[in-house]
Unconditional design. Structure first.
Ligand code: ADP
Length: 433
């Protein structure tokens, strides 16, 4: 086609110039004739170029020319039509995506890289009380909950975040999309939280109800264990006594766990001296005995627990919960530490205050490590029912640490020992002199 247009263009120039030449020849001025032919041909070209120019500004019709200009105009027209088609298609697609996002039950907020709101859907308007004119504002102006502010500033969005906002329980997942955009997905989990609270309350109520009958049973068993009875009966009473105490421990731990689970995430903590607390817990556990088997000769047994700390440290949080964490971890180190020395260590780093409890005991097989913070999970059921314990200790630790924006780290090698540690983030820990 291009070839044809080029030929027609050349033919037209040749015909006009040829006609001029012939006319000039006939009056014996061939050169004038040639010149006139060239000028006429040039006028044609200029006129075509002018039409093309006007058309490109939409101020005139497309050039109807069989030569190169006409051909080029035709190609441009076709390409424009194709582009228009594609733009319409993409606009329809964008509209569909927007409609989809708009109709989601979950809230969606699109932020720029710094956290300023670019767009949001109807669900987000309801959950965060946004208004159309709030585009361009920072997301932290709408979610002022300290947990969210910290989550956003830390820029670690691997885990979702759950918090309460004006009677709603919201779960937020932030995703970085590309290099200059963040997408916030907000789920209303109020109903799920309500059911969860009902479950927690039920467990707490049952545990409370069990406490009184258990106290009575324990009392009678204690009384009977002191009475003069045939040895077989005494042995049975001994068994009943240890099982009943175990049940009491489970009930007490269940109550503690329920309290931790239902504690509000918005309560403020207080600063306390953690080294002092470690010493208190260590002192209280120096004579701790764990198994029935030991109790015969262990009354004068001393545990070896040592605190290593270069700085005095204060932590902002909940003293009762932290005491429970330390007690559970040190108790476990004693229970599973095979009489090895237990070292409690406090070390500061850029991330915050690391607290670790180390024993040189039996250790934990690798495939169990990820599960031992689950409720009632035990590595070796038969061995550990001997040692005693509720199976809830580490679940309590996990929950209490969450309230301190921290998590349990478990390092262990079978036969070598275990280290249970956690880092209290820098904003919750400080050195004291
Ligand atoms: P328990 O009351 O049974 O000790 P925990 O929740 O405190 O329950 O611990 C769960 C399980 O983790 C224990 O049964 C034990 O198998 C394992 N475990 C915890 N601490 C240690 C430790 N220091 N060394 C070896 N195993 C441990």
């Amino acid at each position: 086609m291009h070839q044809g247009a080029l030929q027609r263009e050349i033919l037209r120039v040749a015909v006009i110039v040829g006609a001029g030449l012939a006319a000039g020849w006939s009056i014996e001025y061939p050169l004038y004739g040639l010149l006139v032919g060239l000028v006429i041909s040039q006028i044609f070209s200029i006129k075509n170029a002018d039409t093309l120019f006007r058309w490109s500004y939409r101020s005139g019709p497309a050039p109807h020319d069989s030569g190169l200009v006409g051909y080029a105009a035709d190609r441009i027209q076709r390409r424009e039509n194709q582009l228009k088609g594609r733009i319409v298609q993409q606009a329809t697609q964008i509209q569909r995506i927007n409609q989809g996002i708009e109709s989601l039950v979950d809230g969606v907020v699109i932020l720029n890289n710094e956290g300023y709101i670019a767009n949001f859907n109807a669900a987000a308007i309801k959950m965060l009380r946004l208004q159309k004119g709030d585009r361009g504002q920072h997301i932290k102006n709408f979610i002022r909950v300290p947990q969210f502010v910290r989550y956003f500033d830390a820029a670690d969005f691997t885990e979702p975040l759950q918090f309460e906002l004006r009677h709603l329980s919201l779960q937020i997942q932030l995703t970085e999309s590309g290099t200059d955009q963040k997408i916030v997905l907000i789920r209303d989990v109020t109903e799920r939280k309500r059911v969860e609270t009902m479950r927690q309350n039920f467990i707490a109520d049952v545990s409370h109800e069990l406490r009184t009958p258990l106290t009575v049973i324990n009392g009678y068993l204690e009384m009977l264990s002191e009475a003069e009875l045939p040895s077989a009966v005494q042995k049975a009473i001994g068994h009943m006594d240890s099982q009943s105490r175990r049940m009491t421990a489970i009930v007490n731990d269940l109550i503690e766990l329920s309290k931790l689970e239902s504690a509000s995430s918005e309560r403020g903590g207080q600063w306390f001296d953690i080294a002092h607390m470690c010493n208190e817990v260590i002192d209280s556990l120096q004579n701790f005995q764990y198994s029935k088997a030991d109790s015969g000769d262990a009354s004068d047994k001393q545990n070896h627990i040592r605190l290593q700390s270069t700085n005095n440290a204060e932590v902002e949080g909940f003293p009762d919960e932290m005491r429970s964490v330390l007690t559970n971890l040190i108790t476990n180190a004693l229970k599973y530490g095979q009489d090895s020395e237990v070292i409690v260590e406090l070390t500061f780093s850029l991330k915050g205050l690391r607290v670790s409890v180390k024993d040189k005991g039996i250790g934990i097989p690798q495939d169990h490590i990820s599960r031992i913070t689950e409720r009632f999970y035990r590595v070796d059921e038969s061995r550990e029912s001997d040692i005693g314990g509720s199976g809830l200790g580490l679940a309590i630790v996990k929950h209490a640490l969450e309230h301190h924006d921290s998590a349990l780290i478990i390092e262990s090698t079978v036969g070598v020992g275990s280290t249970f540690s956690f880092v209290i983030p820098a904003f919750r820990a400080r050195k004291i002199h």
